[in-house]
Design a protein around this ligand. Structure first.
Ligand code: ATP
Ligand code: MG
Length: 560
Protein backbone atom coordinates (compact mmCIF):
# COMPACT_ATOMS: atom_id res chain seq x y z
CA UNK A 1 0.00 0.00 0.00
CA UNK A 2 2.74 2.47 0.80
CA UNK A 3 4.35 3.26 -2.49
CA UNK A 4 7.08 5.83 -2.49
CA UNK A 5 5.89 8.62 -4.77
CA UNK A 6 9.38 9.92 -5.29
CA UNK A 7 10.48 6.70 -6.94
CA UNK A 8 9.75 6.11 -10.58
CA UNK A 9 6.49 4.26 -10.96
CA UNK A 10 5.86 1.79 -13.74
CA UNK A 11 2.71 1.12 -15.68
CA UNK A 12 1.74 0.07 -19.19
CA UNK A 13 2.16 3.61 -20.55
CA UNK A 14 5.67 3.93 -19.18
CA UNK A 15 6.38 0.47 -20.61
CA UNK A 16 5.40 1.77 -24.05
CA UNK A 17 7.65 4.79 -23.61
CA UNK A 18 10.54 2.60 -22.44
CA UNK A 19 10.19 0.46 -25.55
CA UNK A 20 10.04 3.51 -27.79
CA UNK A 21 13.16 4.91 -26.18
CA UNK A 22 14.98 1.66 -26.88
CA UNK A 23 14.28 2.02 -30.60
CA UNK A 24 14.89 5.76 -30.47
CA UNK A 25 11.40 6.46 -31.77
CA UNK A 26 10.72 10.21 -32.02
CA UNK A 27 14.47 10.68 -31.48
CA UNK A 28 13.96 9.96 -27.82
CA UNK A 29 11.54 12.83 -27.38
CA UNK A 30 8.88 12.52 -24.67
CA UNK A 31 6.22 15.22 -24.91
CA UNK A 32 2.85 15.01 -23.19
CA UNK A 33 0.08 17.50 -22.51
CA UNK A 34 -2.80 17.95 -20.13
CA UNK A 35 -5.79 19.22 -22.14
CA UNK A 36 -8.68 20.35 -19.93
CA UNK A 37 -11.68 22.02 -21.44
CA UNK A 38 -12.29 25.27 -19.53
CA UNK A 39 -15.95 24.54 -18.90
CA UNK A 40 -15.65 23.66 -15.24
CA UNK A 41 -13.22 23.28 -12.37
CA UNK A 42 -10.85 20.34 -12.40
CA UNK A 43 -11.47 17.46 -10.00
CA UNK A 44 -9.61 14.57 -8.45
CA UNK A 45 -10.02 12.56 -11.68
CA UNK A 46 -8.27 15.30 -13.60
CA UNK A 47 -5.60 15.28 -10.90
CA UNK A 48 -4.92 11.67 -11.83
CA UNK A 49 -4.36 12.71 -15.43
CA UNK A 50 -2.28 15.73 -14.36
CA UNK A 51 -0.04 13.53 -12.21
CA UNK A 52 0.30 11.04 -15.05
CA UNK A 53 1.13 13.53 -17.80
CA UNK A 54 3.37 15.83 -15.80
CA UNK A 55 4.82 12.86 -13.93
CA UNK A 56 5.90 11.17 -17.15
CA UNK A 57 7.47 14.37 -18.45
CA UNK A 58 9.42 14.79 -15.22
CA UNK A 59 10.52 11.17 -15.11
CA UNK A 60 11.79 11.10 -18.70
CA UNK A 61 13.15 14.65 -18.75
CA UNK A 62 10.52 15.47 -21.32
CA UNK A 63 7.93 18.21 -21.42
CA UNK A 64 4.27 18.48 -20.55
CA UNK A 65 2.19 21.28 -21.99
CA UNK A 66 -0.89 22.77 -20.45
CA UNK A 67 -3.40 23.15 -23.24
CA UNK A 68 -6.80 24.66 -22.74
CA UNK A 69 -8.90 22.58 -25.06
CA UNK A 70 -11.34 25.36 -25.82
CA UNK A 71 -12.90 24.51 -29.16
CA UNK A 72 -16.53 24.51 -28.05
CA UNK A 73 -17.68 27.98 -26.99
CA UNK A 74 -20.58 26.65 -24.91
CA UNK A 75 -19.85 27.03 -21.23
CA UNK A 76 -16.20 27.95 -21.56
CA UNK A 77 -14.86 30.94 -19.69
CA UNK A 78 -11.82 32.73 -18.35
CA UNK A 79 -12.92 31.99 -14.80
CA UNK A 80 -12.44 28.30 -15.52
CA UNK A 81 -9.11 28.89 -17.27
CA UNK A 82 -7.80 30.76 -14.24
CA UNK A 83 -9.03 28.14 -11.82
CA UNK A 84 -7.39 25.36 -13.83
CA UNK A 85 -4.06 27.18 -13.95
CA UNK A 86 -4.19 27.88 -10.24
CA UNK A 87 -5.19 24.34 -9.32
CA UNK A 88 -2.51 22.60 -11.37
CA UNK A 89 0.18 24.91 -9.97
CA UNK A 90 -1.12 24.18 -6.52
CA UNK A 91 -0.88 20.45 -7.23
CA UNK A 92 2.81 21.08 -7.77
CA UNK A 93 3.28 21.04 -11.52
CA UNK A 94 4.84 23.49 -13.94
CA UNK A 95 4.54 23.90 -17.70
CA UNK A 96 7.09 26.73 -17.89
CA UNK A 97 6.27 28.76 -21.01
CA UNK A 98 4.15 26.07 -22.59
CA UNK A 99 0.64 27.31 -21.89
CA UNK A 100 -1.43 26.83 -25.03
CA UNK A 101 -4.99 27.34 -26.18
CA UNK A 102 -6.55 25.17 -28.86
CA UNK A 103 -8.46 28.30 -29.89
CA UNK A 104 -5.13 29.80 -30.98
CA UNK A 105 -5.03 27.08 -33.63
CA UNK A 106 -8.43 27.83 -35.17
CA UNK A 107 -6.94 29.27 -38.36
CA UNK A 108 -4.47 26.40 -38.74
CA UNK A 109 -7.15 23.81 -38.07
CA UNK A 110 -9.33 25.49 -40.67
CA UNK A 111 -6.48 25.25 -43.17
CA UNK A 112 -6.10 21.57 -42.37
CA UNK A 113 -9.79 21.11 -43.15
CA UNK A 114 -9.29 22.79 -46.52
CA UNK A 115 -6.42 20.41 -47.18
CA UNK A 116 -8.68 17.46 -46.41
CA UNK A 117 -11.30 18.77 -48.82
CA UNK A 118 -8.69 19.29 -51.50
CA UNK A 119 -7.43 15.73 -51.19
CA UNK A 120 -10.99 14.44 -51.50
CA UNK A 121 -11.12 13.41 -47.86
CA UNK A 122 -13.86 15.71 -46.61
CA UNK A 123 -17.17 17.03 -47.87
CA UNK A 124 -19.87 19.47 -46.88
CA UNK A 125 -23.03 17.62 -45.91
CA UNK A 126 -26.37 19.40 -45.87
CA UNK A 127 -28.47 16.78 -44.15
CA UNK A 128 -30.23 17.75 -40.94
CA UNK A 129 -28.82 16.34 -37.68
CA UNK A 130 -31.72 13.86 -37.56
CA UNK A 131 -31.08 12.68 -41.10
CA UNK A 132 -27.38 12.26 -40.36
CA UNK A 133 -28.24 10.14 -37.36
CA UNK A 134 -30.68 8.02 -39.37
CA UNK A 135 -28.16 7.27 -42.09
CA UNK A 136 -25.42 6.46 -39.62
CA UNK A 137 -26.68 2.90 -39.08
CA UNK A 138 -26.26 0.90 -35.88
CA UNK A 139 -23.80 -1.48 -34.30
CA UNK A 140 -25.27 -4.27 -36.40
CA UNK A 141 -26.20 -2.39 -39.57
CA UNK A 142 -23.91 -0.38 -41.81
CA UNK A 143 -24.74 3.24 -42.49
CA UNK A 144 -25.79 4.73 -45.81
CA UNK A 145 -23.97 7.33 -47.84
CA UNK A 146 -25.13 10.89 -47.58
CA UNK A 147 -26.55 12.22 -50.87
CA UNK A 148 -24.00 15.04 -50.55
CA UNK A 149 -21.05 12.69 -50.29
CA UNK A 150 -19.95 13.13 -53.87
CA UNK A 151 -19.96 16.88 -54.11
CA UNK A 152 -17.02 18.14 -56.12
CA UNK A 153 -13.99 19.54 -54.41
CA UNK A 154 -14.81 22.98 -55.84
CA UNK A 155 -18.33 22.86 -54.47
CA UNK A 156 -17.05 21.73 -51.07
CA UNK A 157 -14.44 24.47 -50.94
CA UNK A 158 -17.03 27.05 -51.89
CA UNK A 159 -19.57 25.89 -49.32
CA UNK A 160 -17.02 25.52 -46.54
CA UNK A 161 -15.72 29.03 -47.21
CA UNK A 162 -19.25 30.36 -47.02
CA UNK A 163 -19.87 28.43 -43.82
CA UNK A 164 -16.95 30.30 -42.32
CA UNK A 165 -18.19 33.60 -43.77
CA UNK A 166 -21.44 33.18 -41.89
CA UNK A 167 -23.74 32.77 -44.87
CA UNK A 168 -25.66 29.85 -43.37
CA UNK A 169 -27.76 29.22 -40.34
CA UNK A 170 -26.56 26.97 -37.51
CA UNK A 171 -27.00 23.35 -38.51
CA UNK A 172 -27.54 24.05 -42.21
CA UNK A 173 -24.31 22.31 -43.19
CA UNK A 174 -21.48 20.40 -41.58
CA UNK A 175 -18.09 19.32 -42.82
CA UNK A 176 -17.59 15.56 -42.67
CA UNK A 177 -14.55 13.38 -43.10
CA UNK A 178 -15.05 11.06 -46.06
CA UNK A 179 -14.15 7.68 -44.62
CA UNK A 180 -16.53 4.73 -44.82
CA UNK A 181 -20.24 4.58 -44.02
CA UNK A 182 -19.98 0.81 -43.69
CA UNK A 183 -17.09 0.85 -41.23
CA UNK A 184 -17.70 -1.52 -38.29
CA UNK A 185 -16.57 1.28 -35.96
CA UNK A 186 -19.37 3.86 -36.03
CA UNK A 187 -16.90 6.65 -35.24
CA UNK A 188 -15.44 6.11 -38.72
CA UNK A 189 -18.74 6.56 -40.57
CA UNK A 190 -18.00 9.96 -42.06
CA UNK A 191 -17.69 11.79 -38.74
CA UNK A 192 -18.54 15.46 -38.51
CA UNK A 193 -15.38 17.54 -38.17
CA UNK A 194 -16.80 21.09 -38.39
CA UNK A 195 -20.14 22.62 -37.52
CA UNK A 196 -21.75 26.03 -37.66
CA UNK A 197 -22.37 27.47 -34.23
CA UNK A 198 -23.19 31.10 -33.63
CA UNK A 199 -21.99 31.42 -30.12
CA UNK A 200 -19.41 33.92 -28.99
CA UNK A 201 -16.20 32.32 -27.83
CA UNK A 202 -14.63 33.62 -24.62
CA UNK A 203 -11.33 34.23 -26.42
CA UNK A 204 -12.09 34.65 -30.13
CA UNK A 205 -15.36 36.50 -29.65
CA UNK A 206 -17.51 36.42 -32.77
CA UNK A 207 -14.61 35.92 -35.17
CA UNK A 208 -15.66 32.34 -35.83
CA UNK A 209 -19.10 30.94 -36.55
CA UNK A 210 -17.75 27.50 -37.33
CA UNK A 211 -15.94 25.36 -34.80
CA UNK A 212 -13.95 22.14 -35.23
CA UNK A 213 -15.20 19.05 -33.43
CA UNK A 214 -13.09 17.55 -30.65
CA UNK A 215 -11.89 14.62 -32.78
CA UNK A 216 -10.55 16.94 -35.44
CA UNK A 217 -9.12 19.65 -33.22
CA UNK A 218 -7.50 17.46 -30.61
CA UNK A 219 -5.18 15.34 -32.73
CA UNK A 220 -4.14 18.36 -34.79
CA UNK A 221 -3.44 20.41 -31.66
CA UNK A 222 -1.29 17.53 -30.43
CA UNK A 223 0.58 17.44 -33.72
CA UNK A 224 1.06 21.22 -33.80
CA UNK A 225 2.66 21.06 -30.37
CA UNK A 226 4.88 18.11 -31.21
CA UNK A 227 3.23 15.88 -28.64
CA UNK A 228 4.51 12.31 -28.74
CA UNK A 229 2.09 10.68 -26.28
CA UNK A 230 -1.50 11.88 -26.28
CA UNK A 231 -2.78 10.24 -23.13
CA UNK A 232 -6.53 10.20 -22.65
CA UNK A 233 -9.23 8.17 -20.95
CA UNK A 234 -10.73 4.93 -22.21
CA UNK A 235 -13.90 6.37 -23.68
CA UNK A 236 -11.75 7.61 -26.57
CA UNK A 237 -10.55 4.16 -27.51
CA UNK A 238 -13.02 3.93 -30.40
CA UNK A 239 -11.89 7.34 -31.58
CA UNK A 240 -8.27 6.31 -31.94
CA UNK A 241 -8.67 5.06 -35.55
CA UNK A 242 -10.09 8.47 -36.43
CA UNK A 243 -7.24 10.19 -34.60
CA UNK A 244 -4.78 8.17 -36.67
CA UNK A 245 -6.73 8.64 -39.88
CA UNK A 246 -6.59 12.42 -39.58
CA UNK A 247 -2.97 12.55 -38.50
CA UNK A 248 -1.87 10.22 -41.31
CA UNK A 249 -3.51 12.43 -43.90
CA UNK A 250 -2.38 15.79 -42.61
CA UNK A 251 0.81 15.42 -40.63
CA UNK A 252 4.23 14.51 -41.94
CA UNK A 253 7.12 13.81 -39.64
CA UNK A 254 6.50 13.25 -35.98
CA UNK A 255 3.05 11.88 -35.34
CA UNK A 256 1.49 11.82 -31.90
CA UNK A 257 0.22 8.52 -30.56
CA UNK A 258 -2.97 8.28 -28.55
CA UNK A 259 -2.89 5.99 -25.52
CA UNK A 260 -5.95 5.39 -23.37
CA UNK A 261 -6.05 4.64 -19.64
CA UNK A 262 -8.85 4.02 -17.18
CA UNK A 263 -10.42 7.14 -15.75
CA UNK A 264 -10.69 7.50 -12.01
CA UNK A 265 -14.04 6.57 -10.55
CA UNK A 266 -14.36 7.18 -6.85
CA UNK A 267 -16.94 5.65 -4.53
CA UNK A 268 -19.57 7.94 -2.93
CA UNK A 269 -18.57 10.59 -5.48
CA UNK A 270 -19.56 11.77 -8.93
CA UNK A 271 -16.79 12.90 -11.25
CA UNK A 272 -18.63 13.66 -14.44
CA UNK A 273 -18.25 17.34 -15.19
CA UNK A 274 -21.83 17.57 -16.37
CA UNK A 275 -23.00 16.31 -13.00
CA UNK A 276 -20.70 18.52 -11.02
CA UNK A 277 -22.05 21.49 -12.96
CA UNK A 278 -25.55 20.32 -12.07
CA UNK A 279 -24.68 20.10 -8.37
CA UNK A 280 -23.40 23.66 -8.46
CA UNK A 281 -26.09 25.19 -10.65
CA UNK A 282 -28.98 23.59 -8.80
CA UNK A 283 -27.60 24.58 -5.43
CA UNK A 284 -27.05 21.11 -4.00
CA UNK A 285 -23.66 22.39 -2.88
CA UNK A 286 -22.41 25.91 -2.20
CA UNK A 287 -20.27 26.36 -5.28
CA UNK A 288 -17.31 24.68 -6.95
CA UNK A 289 -15.23 25.14 -3.83
CA UNK A 290 -17.74 23.60 -1.47
CA UNK A 291 -15.55 21.37 0.73
CA UNK A 292 -17.75 18.38 -0.13
CA UNK A 293 -16.96 18.67 -3.84
CA UNK A 294 -14.32 16.39 -5.40
CA UNK A 295 -12.91 19.43 -7.22
CA UNK A 296 -9.35 20.43 -6.50
CA UNK A 297 -10.61 23.76 -5.18
CA UNK A 298 -13.10 21.96 -2.93
CA UNK A 299 -10.50 19.53 -1.65
CA UNK A 300 -8.09 22.38 -0.97
CA UNK A 301 -10.70 24.30 0.99
CA UNK A 302 -11.59 21.15 2.86
CA UNK A 303 -7.95 20.90 3.94
CA UNK A 304 -6.43 18.37 1.56
CA UNK A 305 -2.78 18.91 0.69
CA UNK A 306 -1.16 18.56 -2.75
CA UNK A 307 1.11 15.87 -1.30
CA UNK A 308 -1.85 13.78 -0.19
CA UNK A 309 -3.53 14.08 -3.58
CA UNK A 310 -0.33 13.21 -5.44
CA UNK A 311 0.25 10.30 -3.15
CA UNK A 312 -3.28 9.08 -3.74
CA UNK A 313 -2.74 9.26 -7.51
CA UNK A 314 0.50 7.31 -7.17
CA UNK A 315 -1.17 4.63 -5.09
CA UNK A 316 -4.10 4.04 -7.45
CA UNK A 317 -1.70 3.67 -10.37
CA UNK A 318 -2.62 3.62 -14.03
CA UNK A 319 -4.46 0.71 -15.57
CA UNK A 320 -6.40 -0.21 -18.68
CA UNK A 321 -9.62 -1.35 -17.05
CA UNK A 322 -12.24 0.82 -15.44
CA UNK A 323 -12.79 0.28 -11.75
CA UNK A 324 -14.18 2.04 -8.73
CA UNK A 325 -11.63 3.26 -6.21
CA UNK A 326 -12.72 3.37 -2.58
CA UNK A 327 -12.86 6.98 -1.38
CA UNK A 328 -11.50 5.61 1.91
CA UNK A 329 -8.13 5.40 0.16
CA UNK A 330 -8.20 9.14 -0.53
CA UNK A 331 -9.17 9.75 3.09
CA UNK A 332 -6.39 7.46 4.20
CA UNK A 333 -3.87 9.50 2.21
CA UNK A 334 -4.83 12.82 3.79
CA UNK A 335 -4.98 11.24 7.23
CA UNK A 336 -1.43 9.91 6.83
CA UNK A 337 -0.14 13.27 5.67
CA UNK A 338 -1.84 15.29 8.40
CA UNK A 339 -0.98 12.79 11.09
CA UNK A 340 2.62 13.55 10.30
CA UNK A 341 2.41 17.27 9.66
CA UNK A 342 -0.57 18.81 11.43
CA UNK A 343 0.04 20.34 14.86
CA UNK A 344 -2.22 19.16 17.65
CA UNK A 345 -4.73 21.41 19.33
CA UNK A 346 -7.76 21.14 21.56
CA UNK A 347 -11.29 21.98 20.61
CA UNK A 348 -14.65 21.26 22.20
CA UNK A 349 -17.44 20.71 19.72
CA UNK A 350 -20.40 20.31 22.10
CA UNK A 351 -19.43 22.22 25.23
CA UNK A 352 -20.42 21.22 28.75
CA UNK A 353 -19.38 23.64 31.51
CA UNK A 354 -17.24 22.23 34.28
CA UNK A 355 -16.47 24.19 37.46
CA UNK A 356 -13.45 23.02 39.45
CA UNK A 357 -14.70 23.79 42.96
CA UNK A 358 -11.34 23.56 44.72
CA UNK A 359 -9.40 25.60 42.16
CA UNK A 360 -8.66 29.22 43.19
CA UNK A 361 -11.06 31.74 41.68
CA UNK A 362 -8.69 33.94 39.70
CA UNK A 363 -5.82 31.61 39.16
CA UNK A 364 -4.55 30.77 35.69
CA UNK A 365 -1.82 28.24 35.04
CA UNK A 366 -0.06 27.85 31.73
CA UNK A 367 0.86 24.32 30.74
CA UNK A 368 3.53 23.76 28.16
CA UNK A 369 2.41 21.20 25.58
CA UNK A 370 4.07 19.60 22.61
CA UNK A 371 2.57 20.56 19.26
CA UNK A 372 3.23 17.09 17.96
CA UNK A 373 3.76 13.97 20.04
CA UNK A 374 6.41 12.42 17.75
CA UNK A 375 7.99 15.51 16.31
CA UNK A 376 9.70 17.78 18.85
CA UNK A 377 10.81 20.09 16.03
CA UNK A 378 7.25 21.30 15.78
CA UNK A 379 7.75 22.97 19.15
CA UNK A 380 5.50 23.62 22.09
CA UNK A 381 2.73 25.98 23.06
CA UNK A 382 1.16 27.16 26.28
CA UNK A 383 -2.33 26.15 27.23
CA UNK A 384 -4.12 28.10 29.98
CA UNK A 385 -5.98 26.28 32.74
CA UNK A 386 -8.53 27.98 35.00
CA UNK A 387 -11.45 27.31 37.30
CA UNK A 388 -14.11 26.97 34.60
CA UNK A 389 -13.60 24.68 31.62
CA UNK A 390 -15.51 23.18 28.77
CA UNK A 391 -15.49 19.48 28.01
CA UNK A 392 -17.49 17.51 25.44
CA UNK A 393 -21.03 16.71 26.46
CA UNK A 394 -20.50 13.09 25.57
CA UNK A 395 -17.49 12.82 27.85
CA UNK A 396 -19.96 12.76 30.74
CA UNK A 397 -22.70 10.22 31.43
CA UNK A 398 -25.05 10.22 34.32
CA UNK A 399 -25.48 6.46 34.22
CA UNK A 400 -22.39 5.20 32.45
CA UNK A 401 -21.73 1.56 31.65
CA UNK A 402 -18.74 -0.07 33.34
CA UNK A 403 -16.36 0.30 30.42
CA UNK A 404 -16.98 4.03 30.01
CA UNK A 405 -13.64 5.58 30.96
CA UNK A 406 -14.76 9.14 31.14
CA UNK A 407 -16.65 11.28 33.64
CA UNK A 408 -19.65 10.13 35.61
CA UNK A 409 -20.89 10.09 39.18
CA UNK A 410 -18.07 8.89 41.41
CA UNK A 411 -15.56 8.81 38.56
CA UNK A 412 -12.27 10.45 37.75
CA UNK A 413 -10.73 11.34 34.43
CA UNK A 414 -7.53 12.97 33.28
CA UNK A 415 -7.73 16.22 31.42
CA UNK A 416 -5.28 16.02 28.53
CA UNK A 417 -1.98 17.78 29.33
CA UNK A 418 -3.35 18.64 32.77
CA UNK A 419 -4.80 17.38 36.05
CA UNK A 420 -7.00 14.50 37.07
CA UNK A 421 -10.46 15.73 38.03
CA UNK A 422 -13.24 14.02 39.95
CA UNK A 423 -16.98 14.39 39.56
CA UNK A 424 -18.76 15.94 42.56
CA UNK A 425 -22.20 17.09 41.46
CA UNK A 426 -24.22 18.41 38.55
CA UNK A 427 -26.71 21.16 37.80
CA UNK A 428 -29.73 20.21 35.72
CA UNK A 429 -32.33 22.15 33.83
CA UNK A 430 -35.53 21.71 35.88
CA UNK A 431 -37.72 21.58 32.83
CA UNK A 432 -35.77 19.44 30.37
CA UNK A 433 -33.63 17.44 32.77
CA UNK A 434 -30.55 18.28 30.65
CA UNK A 435 -27.25 18.53 32.45
CA UNK A 436 -26.17 22.18 32.38
CA UNK A 437 -23.00 22.15 34.42
CA UNK A 438 -20.71 19.80 36.30
CA UNK A 439 -18.91 20.47 39.55
CA UNK A 440 -15.63 18.67 39.96
CA UNK A 441 -12.53 18.79 42.13
CA UNK A 442 -8.99 18.51 40.86
CA UNK A 443 -6.08 16.60 42.34
CA UNK A 444 -3.14 19.07 42.41
CA UNK A 445 -0.59 16.25 42.58
CA UNK A 446 -1.47 14.75 39.23
CA UNK A 447 -0.09 17.35 36.84
CA UNK A 448 3.01 15.45 35.86
CA UNK A 449 2.06 11.89 36.63
CA UNK A 450 -0.51 9.41 37.90
CA UNK A 451 -2.06 9.77 41.37
CA UNK A 452 0.54 9.08 44.04
CA UNK A 453 -1.68 6.65 45.92
CA UNK A 454 -1.71 4.23 43.01
CA UNK A 455 -5.36 4.57 42.05
CA UNK A 456 -5.96 4.06 38.33
CA UNK A 457 -7.37 6.76 36.11
CA UNK A 458 -7.83 5.34 32.63
CA UNK A 459 -9.61 7.95 30.54
CA UNK A 460 -8.11 11.10 29.05
CA UNK A 461 -10.40 13.78 27.68
CA UNK A 462 -9.82 17.10 25.95
CA UNK A 463 -10.97 20.46 27.29
CA UNK A 464 -10.74 24.21 26.79
CA UNK A 465 -10.54 26.90 29.46
CA UNK A 466 -13.84 28.78 29.34
CA UNK A 467 -12.33 32.17 29.97
CA UNK A 468 -9.64 31.71 27.32
CA UNK A 469 -11.33 29.60 24.68
CA UNK A 470 -12.13 31.15 21.32
CA UNK A 471 -15.68 30.68 20.03
CA UNK A 472 -15.50 28.96 16.68
CA UNK A 473 -17.78 27.62 14.02
CA UNK A 474 -17.00 24.08 13.01
CA UNK A 475 -18.31 22.40 9.90
CA UNK A 476 -18.49 18.66 9.99
CA UNK A 477 -18.46 17.19 6.51
CA UNK A 478 -19.33 13.73 5.47
CA UNK A 479 -19.55 12.02 2.09
CA UNK A 480 -21.74 13.87 -0.34
CA UNK A 481 -23.57 10.74 -1.48
CA UNK A 482 -24.98 7.94 0.59
CA UNK A 483 -24.57 5.16 -1.98
CA UNK A 484 -21.34 3.69 -3.22
CA UNK A 485 -21.72 4.37 -6.92
CA UNK A 486 -23.92 7.44 -7.46
CA UNK A 487 -22.25 7.91 -10.85
CA UNK A 488 -24.12 4.91 -12.20
CA UNK A 489 -27.53 6.36 -11.28
CA UNK A 490 -29.34 8.54 -13.78
CA UNK A 491 -31.14 10.36 -10.98
CA UNK A 492 -28.01 10.72 -8.91
CA UNK A 493 -29.20 13.71 -6.85
CA UNK A 494 -31.71 11.40 -5.21
CA UNK A 495 -28.78 9.81 -3.42
CA UNK A 496 -27.27 12.94 -1.90
CA UNK A 497 -26.38 12.29 1.73
CA UNK A 498 -28.74 14.53 3.75
CA UNK A 499 -26.16 14.58 6.54
CA UNK A 500 -23.17 15.60 4.47
CA UNK A 501 -22.84 18.87 6.39
CA UNK A 502 -23.45 19.64 10.04
CA UNK A 503 -22.66 23.15 11.24
CA UNK A 504 -21.75 23.62 14.89
CA UNK A 505 -21.77 27.22 16.04
CA UNK A 506 -21.12 26.93 19.78
CA UNK A 507 -17.66 25.34 19.73
CA UNK A 508 -14.54 26.51 21.53
CA UNK A 509 -10.98 26.15 20.35
CA UNK A 510 -7.91 26.79 22.43
CA UNK A 511 -6.65 30.36 22.61
CA UNK A 512 -3.66 29.66 20.39
CA UNK A 513 -5.92 29.30 17.39
CA UNK A 514 -7.39 32.77 17.65
CA UNK A 515 -5.59 33.97 14.56
CA UNK A 516 -4.92 30.66 12.90
CA UNK A 517 -3.90 31.10 9.27
CA UNK A 518 -6.63 30.30 6.76
CA UNK A 519 -5.77 27.03 5.08
CA UNK A 520 -3.78 25.66 8.01
CA UNK A 521 -4.63 22.22 9.31
CA UNK A 522 -4.70 20.92 12.87
CA UNK A 523 -5.44 17.69 14.56
CA UNK A 524 -8.07 18.42 17.17
CA UNK A 525 -7.27 15.79 19.74
CA UNK A 526 -9.67 12.86 19.69
CA UNK A 527 -11.84 14.55 17.03
CA UNK A 528 -10.07 14.49 13.70
CA UNK A 529 -8.24 16.79 11.32
CA UNK A 530 -9.55 20.29 10.73
CA UNK A 531 -8.63 23.13 8.41
CA UNK A 532 -9.14 26.85 8.91
CA UNK A 533 -11.69 27.81 6.28
CA UNK A 534 -10.08 30.18 3.84
CA UNK A 535 -13.29 31.87 2.82
CA UNK A 536 -15.45 32.45 5.86
CA UNK A 537 -12.85 32.91 8.59
CA UNK A 538 -12.74 36.47 9.90
CA UNK A 539 -10.05 37.94 12.16
CA UNK A 540 -10.38 36.36 15.60
CA UNK A 541 -13.41 34.36 14.48
CA UNK A 542 -12.18 31.15 13.02
CA UNK A 543 -14.28 28.75 11.01
CA UNK A 544 -12.95 25.21 10.71
CA UNK A 545 -13.72 22.52 8.18
CA UNK A 546 -13.37 18.94 9.23
CA UNK A 547 -11.01 17.38 6.73
CA UNK A 548 -11.38 13.81 7.90
CA UNK A 549 -12.07 11.89 11.05
CA UNK A 550 -9.27 10.14 12.91
CA UNK A 551 -10.51 6.78 11.76
CA UNK A 552 -12.62 5.55 8.89
CA UNK A 553 -16.05 5.74 10.48
CA UNK A 554 -17.78 4.28 7.42
CA UNK A 555 -15.71 1.10 7.63
CA UNK A 556 -16.81 0.69 11.24
CA UNK A 557 -20.45 1.04 10.28
CA UNK A 558 -20.04 -1.57 7.57
CA UNK A 559 -18.45 -4.05 9.97
CA UNK A 560 -21.00 -3.70 12.79
P1 ATP B 1 -16.17 16.17 -20.44
O1 ATP B 1 -16.99 15.01 -20.11
O2 ATP B 1 -16.87 17.48 -20.38
O3 ATP B 1 -15.27 16.00 -21.64
P2 ATP B 1 -13.88 15.64 -18.92
O4 ATP B 1 -14.00 15.24 -17.51
O5 ATP B 1 -13.41 14.70 -19.94
O6 ATP B 1 -15.23 16.28 -19.24
P3 ATP B 1 -11.84 17.43 -19.85
O7 ATP B 1 -11.62 18.83 -19.46
O8 ATP B 1 -12.10 17.11 -21.26
O9 ATP B 1 -13.01 16.93 -18.94
O10 ATP B 1 -10.66 16.53 -19.30
C1 ATP B 1 -9.31 16.87 -19.42
C2 ATP B 1 -8.45 15.64 -19.29
O11 ATP B 1 -8.68 15.00 -18.04
C3 ATP B 1 -8.79 14.64 -20.36
O12 ATP B 1 -7.58 14.15 -20.89
C4 ATP B 1 -9.54 13.56 -19.65
O13 ATP B 1 -9.33 12.33 -20.24
C5 ATP B 1 -8.96 13.64 -18.24
N1 ATP B 1 -9.94 13.18 -17.26
C6 ATP B 1 -11.19 13.65 -17.09
N2 ATP B 1 -11.84 12.96 -16.15
C7 ATP B 1 -10.97 12.04 -15.67
C8 ATP B 1 -11.04 11.01 -14.68
N3 ATP B 1 -12.14 10.81 -13.98
N4 ATP B 1 -9.94 10.27 -14.47
C9 ATP B 1 -8.82 10.47 -15.18
N5 ATP B 1 -8.69 11.40 -16.12
C10 ATP B 1 -9.75 12.19 -16.38
MG1 MG C 1 -13.34 15.53 -22.20
Amino acid sequence: MTQDTTSNPTDFIRDIIDDDLKTNKNNGKVATRFPPEPNGYIHIGHAKSVCLNFGIARQYQGTCNLRLDDTDPAGESMEFVESIIHDIRWLGFDWEDRLFYASDYFEKIYQFAIELIKSGNAYVCSLSPDEIRELRGTFTEPGKDSPYRNRTIEENLDLFGRMRAGEFADGAHVLRAKIDMAAPNIVMRDPIIYRIKREPHYRTGTKWVIYPMYDFAHCLSDALEGITYSICTLEFENNRPLYDWIVERLITGLRPRQIEFARLNLSYTVLSKRRLIELVQEGHVKGWDDPRMPTVTGLRRRGYTPEAIRNFCAQIGVAKNDNLIDVALLEHCIREDLNEHAPRAMCVLHPLRVVIDNYPENQVEQFECANHPQNPEMGTRKIPFSKVLYIEQDDFMENPPKKYHRLGPGREVRLRNSYVIKFESMVKDDRTGNVLELHCTYDPDTLNGPPADGRKVQGVIHWVSAQHGIPAEIRLYDRLFSIEDPGSEENFVKYLNPNSLEILTTCYVEQNLKNAEPGNQYQFERLGYFCVDAKDTAAGKPVFNRVVQLRDSWAKIAKN
